[in-house]
Design a protein around this ligand. Structure first.
Ligand SMILES: Nc1ncnc2c1ncn2[C@@H]1O[C@H](COP(=O)(O)OP(=O)(O)OP(=O)(O)O)[C@@H](O)[C@H]1O
Length: 248
């Protein structure tokens, strides 16, 4: 589904990605983990050519992105959705309009746009909030809007750059549940960059460990499931008291 062949990327003199070759299979949830600065976000952004590689080839869903002209690249990008740590919603547009933008930019048939926005908002459980603005939403709700927007054009692939890193543990579990549902019910291939080992272990089938711009190892794993965390005040008090006993 995604093939990187000897892809390199430098920023000025600094080589952030060093001749990386990597295949991500159709239907998998693929994690990318590594230390800060290892090149995780850059590698993800190379997959939809948000970063243009200096060398190497990028192929997604049979299209060699690195060989396409800008018009064909725009077309190919419709099959690749992306979400970000800080959601990247348009502040002065409603939830509904934030999703609509994706359809307008992709010249989705006008007569079908309304139904498609409603369908996507329904899928992420936000239909009733469609007239709200981003500032009126929680972090988890904002990420759901971003997911609805990313899904609008029926992508085959969803690239997720630290999708839960701004969220509390329970909201993280919720968003991971939404991503897992997208993978299972829509068959969308998912790539998740995260520095959180628990996130990666909970839903990924295969994980690439990146170090200093190179693939250190790709590991096949059995996802251990999404764990909701007890958010009750009593739980916090218990945890704090346990900590006190540990230090006594
Ligand atoms: N646009 C840019 N201009 C200059 N340097 C950049 C740019 N983007 C990334 N880098 C550098 O490339 C390296 C890899 O960055 P990247 O964001 O991909 O790492 P990361 O593994 O995602 O790190 P983190 O977990 O801290 O986000 C870093 O040293 C970073 O400073």
């Amino acid at each position: 589904m995604i093939k990187l062949h000897q892809v390199s990327k430098s920023f000025s003199q600094f080589q952030a990605i060093k001749s990386v070759s990597l295949t991500i299979n159709k239907g998998e949830i693929h994690g990318i983990i590594g230390a800060s600065g290892a090149g995780k976000s850059t590698l993800l952004r190379l997959m939809n050519l948000l970063e243009i590689p200096d060398e190497g080839e990028v192929e997604v869903n049979g299209a060699k992105l690195t060989s396409l002209n800008s018009k064909s690249l725009r077309q190919a990008r419709k099959s690749i959705g992306m979400i970000f740590q800080h959601f990247n919603l348009v502040a002065n547009k409603t939830v509904y309009d934030n999703v609509l933008i994706a359809l307008e930019l992709a010249s989705y048939p006008k007569a079908e746009q309304r139904d498609r926005v409603e369908e996507c908002l329904q899928f992420v459980g936000l239909k009733q909030l469609k007239d709200k603005y981003p500032a009126q939403l929680s972090g988890g709700q904002k990420q759901r809007v971003a997911i609805a927007r990313a899904l609008a054009n029926n992508p085959q692939v969803l690239l997720c750059d630290e999708p839960t890193s701004s969220l509390d543990p329970n909201t993280t579990a919720e968003i991971l549940g939404v991503l897992e549902n997208i993978n299972k019910t829509l068959g969308v291939t998912i790539v998740i960059v995260s520095h959180e080992m628990e996130v990666i272990k909970s839903i990924c089938n295969r994980v690439t460990v990146l170090a200093d711009g190179e693939v250190y190892e790709t590991v096949l794993i059995e996802p251990n499931g999404i764990k909701a965390v007890d958010n009750s005040p009593n739980y916090f008090v218990e945890q704090l008291k346990d900590g006190e006993r540990d230090h006594a």
